[in-house]
Design a protein around this ligand. Structure first.
Ligand code: PLP
Length: 393
């Protein structure tokens, strides 16, 4: 088995989560909408899952809606509020560092005449609440700010933003996809109207998400069909996925403090070890105000992608901050928004830890990093140029 330091894109499913799901994929196959005993059994499991998720969020069961993941949840929140409140305004405030699920939903609305304000962030990736306040107009109907960033882990001032939104009677949506499992998801304390969740980020199944919609929020449906989800989201409920998500979220809630403590200590060890053994390495984002599991380094003078491929050959999984598009490396919009130079954005690699990682894996990874970084730098024209200048001085 390789070393998996890529828990932000997705996590392993917990064994006990898989155990509770399996019967609903096999013997207990009923459609929760059917009236016979198989259907009733599935419907009861879905109802229990809704109750359990609501319990973790300090919400009511009828405020939880199941979706096919975080992307659908974000799209529903943003487009649903935009369409339902069109007569009150057409302005949405968000940030430059949101996930593409939010940014693209906003871009889609922009084409339909909505006005979108993409607020900048500081060098740690945090939005300033005063900037949100200044951006509010009489036409603002929604503020959407993520609870934690997926690339650099930055924690946003959600409670404060929610307080402001409440005072100004504007709906507040928070993408909590990355934050779930690491922060307290109490929707009352967070002052949120809508939050998005995705089960595969907290050791649950892929393709399973949820939207918390506070009772009373005006929001349109996006998926029309049967009367599932109280006639707000059509489609046969994926019973196994929903049951798995509830179990995974309950596990994450119960073990949050224990896991956070363990993962945070490993993260600090990892960062210190890399910085002590490799020169010209920068930690992107804030050292403290970030998710416990997130490390995002820029290794100056080399391409993050090249480093990633070399790590992969050694069986170590991580992510880079760039995505290959049309043959060139597009640096991450999040890193650029924090103001770092484009070369450093291109040289970034993200390691996201999970509850299964060990110190031994960190030691092995740092040992390999030392070797790979040195080799890639020896081949880097940029590095050689700088070194030659050093010699001349
Ligand atoms: N929002 C954030 C912050 C994410 O990190 C992700 C996934 O990476 C999503 C939304 C999309 O979630 P899903 O993969 O369940 O569609």
């Amino acid at each position: 088995m390789g070393i998996y330091f890529d828990n932000a894109p997705t996590t392993f499913i917990d064994n006990d989560v898989l155990d509770v799901m399996l019967p609903y994929l096999t013997k207990k196959c009923g459609n929760p909408n059917s009236i016979h005993s198989f259907g009733r059994e599935a419907a009861a499991a879905v109802a229990r899952a809704r109750e359990d998720i609501a319990g973790v969020l300090n919400a009511k069961a009828d405020e939880i809606y199941f979706t096919a993941g975080g992307t659908e949840a974000d799209n529903w929140a943003i487009k649903g509020v935009a369409y339902a409140n069109r007569e009150n305004g057409n302005h949405i405030i968000t940030t430059q560092v949101e996930h593409h699920a939010v940014l693209e939903a906003c871009a889609f609305l922009k084409k339909q005449g909505y006005k979108i304000t993409y607020l900048p962030v500081d060098k740690s990736g945090r939005v300033n609440v005063r900037d949100i306040e200044k951006a509010i107009t009489a036409k603002t109907i929604l503020i959407s700010v993520m609870a934690a960033n997926n690339e650099i882990g930055t924690l946003m001032p959600v409670e404060e933003i929610g307080k402001l939104a409440k005072e100004r009677k504007i709906y507040f949506h928070s993408d909590c996809v990355q934050a779930a499992g690491a922060i307290d998801l109490n929707v009352i304390k967070m002052n949120v109207d809508i939050i998005s969740l995705s089960a595969h980020k907290f050791y649950g199944p892929k393709g399973a998400g949820a939207l918390y919609i506070r009772n009373g929020v005006k929001i349109d449906s996006l998926i029309h069909g049967g009367n599932q989800e109280r006639a707000r989201r059509g489609g046969t409920t994926n019973t196994a996925a929903v049951v798995g998500m509830a179990k995974a979220l309950t596990n994450a809630f119960d073990d949050r403090e224990k896991n956070n403590k363990k993962i945070l200590a490993m993260r600090e060890y990892f960062i210190d070890k890399v910085q002590a053994s490799i020169d010209n390495v920068y930690l992107n984002g804030d050292r403290q105000g970030r998710l416990p599991n997130n490390i995002n380094f820029s290794f100056e003078f080399i391409e993050g992608e090249a480093l990633l491929y070399s790590l992969d050959l050694d069986g170590i999984a991580a992510s880079s901050g760039s995505a290959c598009s049309a043959g060139s490396l597009e640096p991450s919009h999040v890193l650029l928004a924090t103001g770092i130079p484009i070369e450093l954005a291109r040289s970034s690699v993200r390691f996201t830890l999970g509850k299964h990682n060990t110190y031994k894996e960190i030691d092995k990874t740092v040992d390999r990093l030392k070797v790979i970084v040195a080799r890639l730098r020896r081949m880097s024209p940029l590095f050689l140029e700088v070194k030659t200048q050093d010699y001349k001085v």
